[in-house]
Design a protein around this ligand. Structure first.
Ligand SMILES: Cc1cc2nc3c(=O)[nH]c(=O)nc-3n(C[C@H](O)[C@H](O)[C@H](O)COP(=O)(O)OP(=O)(O)OC[C@H]3O[C@@H](n4cnc5c(N)ncnc54)[C@H](O)[C@@H]3O)c2cc1C
Length: 450
């Protein structure tokens, strides 16, 4: 618990409307979406910040960091709170800095969008489209995710099949950071090598204050649901679409039945026929132009959503993809959870058949095709029936034993099983956060050496 003097000092920085020490607000405002994991839930429940504070600008942020460093108080940055590995949970209490008010655009043209850390990606996308550009990729949480929360907490999303993941050189042009030192410094990271020290590391090395996103030219996207009798047909069809370089796409997902049955708004619109596995495709092709592709892959078009997402948000097919698939599955059946896999393109179907033969309905296949190192490959977010921690980890072991790599989403340590390990993280943290005050408790190597 922080002393009254510290709380008063913080209040003077942001004004009393922008700080809270109320129990209910601390409890709800300290959680992220770790409840997606039945393993993390008991581990992280009950970990709360002592105070939540909302600075309006870098000047206020700097004053908060100075107070925290002078008094040895941990700091946890918070954007939209949609991270789902508990990596934004304040493990040692302290100050949670919510960036909601740092939400201004700095410069947005057709080529790039430079914004403050707390700007929601939906607003970035809207502003970019008004200038003739659009985000190269965004997570399915686009409406709630913040710019900095995405680049530090996320990995990629809708658009990654064409543009690659966040860390692909050229996707993020720069990130401005503030160090956690007695006199915080502002540094601009504007090369792939420098950016690697903050991307996808859950904000463990520095506080990101601004992000500059490279944009793609604005495109009129058509969203399609294509149905198939079997999983095998859906996977084969998706492979043909995903690997066809002439087909410009923003999304290509495979959803094994019964996953489409969990998407209630789509079911209501007759978009997900009973018993059928589905491919979700977002492309610039109109229904007339996409028809030959669908015929070639022996699919049935079950739903089409025409462009217009830039006018009003409304309902989008991508709202059911990436980790939103898991969200809808958990809404339908709370015993469901998920994995995150990296597949090899070669022999995909054979591996999936092995998984199905071994686990049957306990594992339902969900694939998202994405590009890494310039090559399109299948990523997986299998939906798994949770029975026990041991059963879940034995499924992971089996996947690994047949050559499917799993980045377990059931740990909050970013270096556990070296899933996101990057040798640049620890030296960067030591340089920019020498007292380890920023978001402590999520780096296993540092916990063990303390
Ligand atoms: C339903 C659902 C769907 C999802 N889909 C995707 C997806 O498609 N692709 C994907 O990549 N991820 C996805 N995610 C994970 C998550 O939504 C993304 O990582 C998201 O972009 C995080 O943004 P946020 O603003 O909510 O971050 P938060 O949850 O607020 O923060 C995430 C991490 O970043 C840190 N952080 C936040 N702001 C800063 C800052 N200014 N400086 C330094 N560190 C900071 C936090 O401390 C935390 O560790 C999904 C999650 C859910 C629940």
């Amino acid at each position: 618990v922080l002393s009254n003097d510290i709380v008063t000092e913080l209040k003077e920085i942001v004004g009393s409307d922008n700080i809270t020490t109320e129990d209910a607000a601390l409890q709800s405002g300290s959680k992220d979406c770790y409840y997606f994991s039945p393993v993390l839930t008991p581990e992280l429940d009950g970990k709360y910040a002592d105070v939540i504070i909302k600075p309006a600008n870098k000047h206020e942020l700097k004053a908060i960091i100075k107070t925290a460093v002078a008094n040895g108080i941990p700091i946890t940055p918070r954007g939209g709170g949609t991270g789902n590995y508990g990596q934004g949970v304040p493990m040692s209490g302290g100050i949670m800095i919510n960036t909601k008010r740092m939400n201004q655009s700095i410069e947005i043209t057709a080529e790039h969008a430079a914004v403050e850390c707390g700007m929601s990606l939906w607003h970035v996308e809207k502003a970019a489209r008004s200038q003739g550009g659009e985000l190269k990729m965004f997570p399915s949480t686009i409406t709630t995710s913040s710019a900095a929360g995405f680049i530090t907490g996320g990995s990629g999303g809708i658009g990654s099949i064409h543009s690659g993941l966040l860390a692909e050189p050229g996707n993020i042009l720069s990130a401005t950071i503030m160090t956690i030192e007695p006199e915080p410094q502002e540094l601009v990271l504007d090369t792939p090598k420098k950016l690697k020290k903050v991307l996808h590391n859950c904000g463990l090395t520095a506080f990101v204050t601004e992000v500059d996103f490279a944009l793609s030219p604005k495109t009129d996207w058509h969203q399609y649901v294509i149905s198939f009798d079997t999983l095998e047909q859906a996977v084969t069809a998706a492979e043909q679409l995903a690997y066809d370089d002439d087909l410009y796409k923003r999304l290509c997902s495979v959803l094994e039945w019964p996953i489409p049955s969990y998407f209630k708004p789509l079911v209501k619109r007759d978009a997900c026929p009973d018993g059928k596995s589905a491919v979700f495709l977002i492309t610039d092709l109109t229904p007339e132009l996409v028809a030959p592709y669908i015929e070639k892959i022996n699919g049935t078009l079950s739903y089409h959503l025409a462009p217009g997402a830039d006018d009003v948000r409304g309902f989008q097919i991508y709202d059911f993809t990436w980790n939103h698939t898991t969200l809808w599955a958990m809404k339908a059946d709370e015993s469901l959870t998920y994995l995150q896999e990296i597949h090899e393109s070669e022999g995909l179907l054979e591996k999936l058949k092995q998984v199905k033969a071994k686990f049957n309905d306990d594992v339902s296949i969900h694939l998202e095709f994405l590009k890494t190192g310039g090559i399109v490959r299948p990523g997986g977010l299998s939906v798994v029936k949770f029975k026990s921690k041991e059963q879940l980890f034995s499924i992971i072991d089996y996947f690994e034993s047949i050559g499917i790599r799993v980045s377990s989403p059931h740990t909050h340590y970013i270096d556990y099983d070296v899933r996101w390990y990057n040798p640049d993280f620890i030296p960067a943290k030591q340089e920019w956060d020498p007292n380890s005050l920023l978001n402590p408790g999520h780096f296993k190597a540092l916990e063990e050496s303390a």
